[in-house]
Design a protein. Structure first.
Length: 44
């Protein structure tokens, strides 16, 4: 997939999963230790 199409699809993609959900899933999938107190200040 080219970069332009990827960017264009972000709005649709995030209707299924929030950035927060996707970010934490990424950390878990790659077994990256994290402390929720040290993550972003999430804007809902």
């Amino acid at each position: 997939m080219n970069v332009i199409k990827y960017i264009q699809m972000q709005k649709e993609h995030h209707k299924k999963k929030t950035f927060k959900e996707e970010y934490i899933e990424f950390l878990r999938n790659f077994e990256i230790e994290y402390n929720t107190g040290h993550l972003f200040e999430w804007i809902d």
